[in-house]
Design a protein around this ligand. Sequence first.
Ligand code: GTP
Length: 598
Amino acid sequence: NNKRNIRNFSIIAHIDHGKSTLADRLIEKTGMLTSRQMHSQVLDNMDLERERGITIKLKAVRLIYKAKDGEEYILNLIDTPGHVDFTYEVSRSLAACEGAILIVDATQGIEAQTLANVYLALDQDLEILPVINKIDLPSARPEEVKAEVEDIIGIDCEEAPLISAKDGTNIESVLEEIVSKVPAPQMDVDAPLKALIFDSIYDTYKGVICYIRVFEGTIKPGMEIKLMATGKTFEVVEVGVITGKHVVLDKLEAGDVGFLTASIKNVKEATVGDTITEKSNPTKEALPGYKEVIPMVYSGIYPAEGEDFNSVREALEKLQVNDAALIFEPETSVALGFGFRCGFLGLLHMEIIQERLDREFNLNIITTAPSVIYKVMKNNGEMLEIQNPSNLPPQTEIDYMEEPIVKASIMTPTDYVGTIMELCQNKRGSFINMEYLEETRVILHYELPLNEVIYDFFDALKSKTRGYASFDYELKGYVRSDLVKLDLLINAESVDAFSLIVHRDKAYERGKSITQKLVDVIPRHQFAVPIQAAVGSKIIARETIRALRKDVLAKCYGGDISRKRKLLEKQKEGKKKMRQIGSVEVPQEAFLTVLKYD
Ligand code: GTP
């Protein structure tokens, strides 16, 4: 087992450029498992990931490859998540590697996340191996895309394999590139232990399983380890590698990638980015780059009508055991009763959690509008951080407010530049500059308020550019902003679950759009129901749901019993999903409506 024959690498790409498909092929080609088995067992093993076509949690697989030079190599493929919400996890898994395959779609060329991921890989000094994928497609333009990669990223593409991950064309050349170009790891096996946790997941039987890269020293079962960021100590139970299934070994050494278990109860105790060392013989310095992940987006999660508060709490607790980035605490809403304030890395992370509550726990929940963290300076000099609009102090007590701003890069064909600029303008963006990538493609740099980005920026960008533009962002900091609380009143009662913090200039537009939407989703009652939007005591928009005149059944003239029954059933079903707010019944979908853009 020659250490020189280890290669640790990741695959980086823009979403949908073929990362998972190539991973499948590499695994298949090295004879690990059939791709079908692989799919259900190795990468992407959450249903949700597969259905959404994205990779949420990263894992590592060990492949054995007999290269053309006659030697056998251990190739550790470390999977990376493919979404901007999980940038930190991507950066940690790249930190576990010496090289990265950069896969670029031959029909699309470089996209925003291609670049973002390349920068992350360069930060870690990785050897980057370009691979051009999807050459089977008639619209593929591999030579142009190669030239683009050379121009924009500045890496040599002369030897870049042209492949079809789908058809399995030229996969071997990718494996050969890995063997010949990715550097072998350093291997000081006698030094004090230094290992990086690049992922951790919770397993019902084993507790937390940490996926680790050993940089120095050796780790064995029975060893007392210390996690340097949290200071916690544990005794190692098992170490091993993943070759389709977890294979237990007697040790992992410098250069190796594998897993460890140590009766750890919660992923928060062994978080991504932490350094593991031996308690009795610690390494001097932790690995660089440890960061505590901070949620950027908050929303309320409430049990829907008929759902139990405790079941929601238990479900959130279970999810949290496996997701160090999810935070929650109890809160109450006048409109919705007892629920939780939850913090997420971003909107996608939020959607994933909501869907898991629904699918894995079969829970019906109501989510309130997502919010970012605002900084509020009070007249008395006290600075508050507010992530729930309901907690905003009265306007008279506020000196000023600040909101988070992101640096955004948008890559687009030149045809859409006008449209995108208009969109960014509309989202209170400030234009920074525009770079030409090639004659027909540019990258636009903007600063945008995060609060506009989480609202609907992705959707709007996608629909306005027919999916041709791609987008990436990072947090820049806080700036002062003229923000106000927008309240919604139903039948003259303020409904806290609908409250939003918005820019003053946007208040009217948002208020109007929400009242109009609510009129459509709230059913008519026996009395007229006014729907109003207000800033402070000032009503800025108003709609009215007219009173119901006749019994709905009156519409079903005569004796069409089945139709009548259907209608009654429909009503009953509708009932179940209603929230009573004062004397008005509000359907659950109303809460979603507020979040959606037109
Ligand atoms: P994320 O996991 O979301 O980051 O996407 P990904 O980069 O892993 O992409 P994935 O492998 O899921 O592929 C995206 C789509 O492209 C799928 O529908 C694949 O079937 C398709 N695809 C991947 N490789 C090829 C290829 O070589 N040729 C063609 N025609 N389609 C491909």
